[in-house]
Unconditional design. Structure first.
Lengths: 327, 354
């Protein structure tokens, strides 16, 4: 067992002890603890949804897309405003078309002129795109708080009543969101593994030049990847929007997805999922059990610090590609 | 023609290494300083001092600090706002708890506090690189935001969470009025800009740049990454901390943690991108651009007589900001500083083509 493996194992052992601790210390009964764990895992799934978009784009084009949060907001805003005038299915299709158009525009106006630039330049360009989208979306669609109702049941449900006294309270909405996320991930995995476009995408992710030399059109691949990221943003926007309402603060969700991607590794889709679950879990547990002794409000930074500590053990994230420097 | 170096011979190493080797540059800089110190206080209006000159100078200082870290050492940081807050709250606590302390000492000590915190959050940079590091600097930002909002000691247990600066006592004289504040800030910024310029020209600046260009190669030729990266974080945080203290004490007067949130970090990052990464002049140009742009955008529709609500203006501002950043990155990835250099080069040859 190598030293880094041992460190990793130690980190997870610590995490597990931290997670189980409150129950062993008698602070919480088992059902209550389970409730918190489930809640954490489900909000983790939602973080994964945003993180997924980031990972897709980074994998295929090496761009750290800061605009993912703005895309989530923009998609949700477009959908909610168009739903006022037309049925849900039409609005959804139109929003999807808008996201594809956006992907095409970004590729044409931002990525293509910046080809061969440093990663940091591309990252800052996506910051510009994020600002632009924030302003544009609010000018076109308005800046109020809109409620997005896509017919998700909102009442919490009590399960496992037979096993525990009082049962466990579960948010149905979160449950459906987790289901949607699972379907999305499965669909993406199929798309990447089984279709020829998916194979081309993976080839580009592996090596730009080699992919180009066997005749894969880079520009088209980028449009496709940004469109897929737009689709993921739309799904995330629907789920988050119906949970929190569609408003400007929705784009803050992207900031929550950043520790998820660095924890999971920038280049790994499973990493985004596992990272999301870990962050969601850690956040909830820490908020409930550690929060009071810190004075509350620690969920804003806890995820980041968790990711930071983890990176000290493994700088390329959980599933990220090991980085080898050559002179 | 005007900007001609013919006949200016360098006969000593000292004259070869001086800051402005060309006579015209020296004359220009001296004339500019004389103008800034001597003429501006008499001709500028209060509005100009309050809304443009003072914030511009303070943000330039912060931009210089960030540029040292990002532009010279290549460590992308999104936690600048947090380090500014450290400077501001350190200055506040020093001034409140030790009222007899000279204002300059307060600011320097505040800068040193920020240095310590910055170096602490710089430690991960030894292991974590690139975007992973950028995200971990956000940890600093959010943690510091939270600490200043929640830990009562920092705000002297103020019930609203907002604090106000004590009177600015400077050698027995209270600094008041926009002109005095402007001169005070201008002096500090001039001195620190000179320090920054010389640091980046010297051995330490070269080791930062070697780190930026390729860290493994730099290590091979004998630059210690630990030393180079942590000094970059420390020096950068010192500048940013002093800028934060000035921002809070001189510009804002009374503030709450929100004044130093993550948007401030992004704003500073834009300044150095638009101004030019790895350039001291660029930090000034970028700061000027970002300070003046929103004001100009505000004036523009009113001047044309089009009624637009303030919400729409702020949204248009966001759009223009975003579009300009993308435009600058495409048109001139090295920013306004590069345009400035090109202009100077053109002036050297003018009116001849070669």
């Amino acid at each position: 067992m190598s030293a880094s493996r041992r460190n990793l194992a130690a980190f997870f052992a610590l995490l597990a002890v931290g997670a189980v601790m409150p129950m062993l210390a008698g602070q919480a009964r088992f059902p209550q603890w389970l409730e918190i764990v489930l809640g954490g895992l489900m909000s983790g799934v939602l973080y994964s949804l945003v993180a997924l978009g980031l990972v897709l784009i980074f994998k295929a084009s090496g761009v750290f897309n800061f605009a993912q949060g703005a895309m989530v907001l923009f998609a949700a805003l477009s959908l909610v405003r168009m739903m006022e005038k037309m049925p849900f299915a039409v609005a959804l299709a139109l929003t999807l078309a808008i996201m594809v158009a956006l992907a095409w525009l970004v590729e044409r106006l931002v990525l293509r002129p910046l080809v061969n630039q440093d990663g940091i330049v591309l990252f800052m360009a996506t910051l510009g795109v994020a600002y632009f989208l924030d302003g544009f979306g609010q000018i076109v669609w308005g800046n109020d708080v809109y409620t997005l109702d896509v017919g998700m049941p909102k009442e919490p449900k009590i399960i496992l009543e037979k096993m525990f006294e009082g049962g466990i309270l579960v948010n149905t909405e979160d449950l459906i969101a987790a289901l949607i996320a699972a379907i999305l991930v499965a669909a993406l995995a199929l798309f990447f593994q089984k279709t020829s476009t998916g194979r081309a995408l993976r080839a580009v992710a592996d090596d730009h030049q080699a992919a180009q030399s066997v005749g894969i059109p880079l520009n088209r691949i980028w449009v496709i990847v940004w469109s897929v990221a737009g689709l993921v943003a739309l799904v995330a926007g629907v789920v988050w929007g119906s949970k929190l309402g569609v408003q400007f603060s929705l784009q803050q969700v992207a900031l929550k997805a950043l520790p998820v991607v660095i924890l999971g590794g920038f280049t790994s889709i499973p990493g985004a999922i596992v990272g999301g679950l870990l962050i969601g879990l850690g956040e909830k547990l820490s908020e409930v059990y550690l929060g009071p002794s810190f004075g509350g409000g620690i969920e804003n930074w806890f995820a980041y610090v968790l990711a930071l500590v983890f990176l000290l053990f493994r700088p390329e994230g959980l599933f990220g590609e090991r980085h080898i420097d050559r002179v | 023609m005007i900007y001609r170096e013919t006949g200016q011979f360098k006969t000593t190493y000292a004259s070869d290494q001086q800051l402005f080797p060309i006579l015209q540059d020296r004359i220009f800089v001296i004339a500019f300083l004389v103008f800034a110190f001597g003429a501006v206080p008499f001709i500028a209006t209060d509005y100009l001092f309050r809304a443009i000159l003072t914030p511009f100078l303070i943000l330039s200082l912060a931009a210089i600090g960030l540029n040292i870290l990002v532009g010279y050492c290549g460590q992308l940081s999104l936690g600048t706002g947090g380090f500014m807050a450290v400077g501001a709250y350190a200055a506040y606590n020093l001034a409140i708890r030790l009222p007899s302390l000279n204002l300059l000492v307060v600011f320097v000590l505040a800068g040193l506090c920020s240095t310590v915190v910055g170096a602490l959050f710089g430690i991960p940079s030894l292991r974590i690189k690139g975007f992973y590091l950028a995200v971990t600097t956000l940890a600093a930002q959010f943690f510091l935001d939270w600490a200043f909002a929640r830990v009562g000691w920092f705000t002297n247990y103020s019930s609203s969470g907002s604090v106000s600066a004590p009177p600015l006592l400077f050698f027995g004289h209270v600094i008041e009025g926009p002109v005095e504040k402007y001169l005070f800030v201008l002096s500090i910024v001039c001195v620190l800009a000179l320090v920054a310029k010389n640091l980046t020209r010297g051995a330490i600046g070269r080791s930062w740049m070697a780190m930026r260009d390729m860290d493994v190669a730099a290590e091979v030729i004998g630059i210690r990454p630990l030393y180079a990266k942590l000094t970059a974080f420390a020096v950068s945080s010192f500048f940013v901390g002093i800028a934060g203290a000035l921002w809070a004490f001189i510009y804002l007067g009374a503030w709450e943690p929100l004044a130093f949130d993550v948007n401030r970090s992004f704003e500073l990052l834009f300044m150095i991108i638009i101004g030019g990464l790895g350039s001291i002049v660029g930090s000034f140009l970028g700061a000027a651009f970002i300070v003046i742009l929103p004001l100009a955008l505000n004036q523009f529709p009113t001047a044309l007589g089009i009624p637009i609500s303030t919400a729409t203006i702020s949204e248009i501002e966001l759009m223009v900001f975003g579009a300009l950043i993308v435009f600058f990155l495409i048109a001139e990835p090295r920013g306004l500083a590069r345009l400035w250099a090109i202009g100077k080069e053109k002036l050297r040859l003018w009116p001849f083509p070669h």
